[in-house]
Design a protein around this ligand. Structure first.
Ligand code: ADP
Ligand code: MG
Length: 455
């Protein structure tokens, strides 16, 4: 492919994805080569590469095809001559030791909240579920020209939104010390606003917030339904965007899904880059645990953890990172009190309540669905009257699983299987127990179903 062809493709792309997207994402790409069906591009940062691949990859391939270039795959690499991006963490200077630093810098008059010294990029563990959010945050923290505004981070509780926002603030303070970086929760924003109203100092409020270079507002869902705060937030937001100042917002859900938030605010929030933090997966949880242990070990070198304990925790505590951290902290405290090695038994004892609370709750309905899928029968037959073996046996298996995996009593289970008697359930459970011992095929099916259901 020649640069000419790429130029034509660019023109077509601009038409399909819009000028803004084009300028932000496609224009920075430098076409390098086409070999063996792979089109290679140089990108200014890894983030741009990832973003383009994820959001525009298909369209680029399609446009290339229309221009006569058969391409199977796109590859993006950071241009060697441009050091921006990838090595940021290696070059990052040491972190301040305490949160009082912010006051020491004479920022007392800025409306921000203090930053948590632990919430930095160095301590943020990345994995599949959060890599894009992390990359976007890094990008903002580079402090260069504003390319997307706002950056909108959303995700469930305890997945690292606040951590990432603080990390951006710390990094910007290092890199661009003269920039006024303000982080606060939406609640604090409202508090400030109400205070200004009460003290009849809206001018002061407005000029304070409009003098900020980077504004980060955490948990913005909080202002939904609070009409005058929303209104003021909207004006502040627009004023800063107009001045080309960076805004970072977090919420527990996507902008469009925040109830009682004005439509014009929703659509403003969607104008920039919206990225979500997905629920953690096993690898990420394990990585976070390992990192915390490493940090803890620097303080208490004597700490001994048996093999398998971290894996066990990562497997069992799936709710959120905050709970995971809490579990580990309690384990450490307990182990140091009694001067013991942290074994699996100790962990199970010490964390019994947390483990119980985060047990995945399997429902009878889920069991019926999975079992009928597995045996290729209709879900309705699970609760229906048919008594043919090909239907009755899977039904018995589902009853057995319900007994094993839920807290339901036999009569409750019976009721959920089309109002059957508890003796029917009891009989089924006994029959399956027998078969499990004598029929290896059934034993295997049961094991597999159980594993699937326990996820
Ligand atoms: P959110 O604001 O999304 O509710 P937080 O940012 O407060 O969540 O995170 C909760 C806790 O979990 C914090 O102590 C944070 O440091 C930790 N945490 C979350 N995600 C990560 C991660 N990827 N790496 C390290 N720690 C994390
Ligand atoms: Mg938070």
């Amino acid at each position: 492919m020649t640069d000419d062809t790429w130029g034509r493709v660019c023109k077509d792309l601009e038409k399909t994805i819009g000028k803004n997207n084009y300028v932000t994402w496609i224009a920075p790409l430098e076409f390098r080569a086409l070999e063996d069906g792979v089109a290679r591009f140089a990108v200014p940062t890894n983030f741009v590469g990832e973003w383009v691949k994820r959001n525009f990859g298909d369209r680029i391939v399609e446009q290339l095809a229309r221009n006569g270039m058969a391409v199977d795959r796109l590859e993006f690499a950071v241009a060697a001559s441009k050091p921006a991006g990838t090595t940021a963490s290696a070059a990052a200077p040491k972190r301040p030791a305490s949160v009082s630093q912010s006051d020491a810098r004479g920022e007392g008059d800025l409306p921000g909240a203090p930053l948590d010294a632990r919430f930095t990029f160095e301590t943020f563990v990345t994995g599949k579920p959060n890599e894009l959010a992390h990359a976007a945050a890094r990008r903002v923290a580079e402090g260069g020209a504003v390319t997307f505004n706002p950056l909108f981070l959303y995700g469930g509780v305890g997945l690292g939104k606040t951590h990432l926002m603080h990390a951006i603030a710390w990094e910007l303070r290092e890199r661009v010390p003269e920039a006024k970086v303000v982080y606060l929760s939406a609640e604090q924003f409202m508090y400030r606003f109400v205070q200004a109203l009460r003290e009849r100092d809206m001018m002061g409020f407005k000029s304070l917030f409009r003098s900020v270079d980077v504004l980060m507002v955490d948990d913005v869902q909080f202002i939904a339904g609070k009409d005058s705060t929303q209104e003021e937030f909207f004006h502040t937001f627009n004023a800063l965007v107009d001045q080309g100042k960076q805004i970072v917002i977090s919420a527990d859900r996507a902008p469009g899904e925040i109830k009682d938030l004005e439509d014009r605010i929703k659509s403003r929030l969607q104008c920039g880059l919206v990225v979500d933090l997905h629920p953690t997966d096993y690898e990420l949880r394990l990585g976070i645990l390992q990192q915390k242990v490493e940090m803890y070990r620097q303080q208490y070198p004597g700490l001994v953890i048996s093999d398998g304990v971290l894996e066990f925790l990562a497997h069992r505590i799936t709710t959120n990172v905050r709970v995971l951290e809490g579990a580990l902290t309690r384990l450490f405290a307990f182990a140091s009190l009694v001067g013991k090695e942290i074994t699996l038994d100790l962990a199970q004892d010490c964390l019994a309540d947390i483990l119980r609370a985060s047990e995945r709750k399997v429902t009878v309905e889920e069991i019926q669905r999975k079992v009928s899928e597995h045996f290729n029968m209709r879900l309705a037959d699970m609760v229906g009257p048919k008594r043919h073996r090909t239907i009755a046996r899977p039904r018995q298996i589902a009853m057995w699983l319900a007994k094993q995996l839920t807290q339901r009593s036999l009569p409750e289970i019976g009721r959920r299987f089309g109002g059957r008697d508890h003796t029917t359930v009891m009989h089924a459970v006994k029959r399956i127990e027998e078969l499990r011992a004598s029929d290896s095929q059934i034993a295997e099916d049961l094991e597999m179903l159980r594993r699937m259901l326990e996820g």
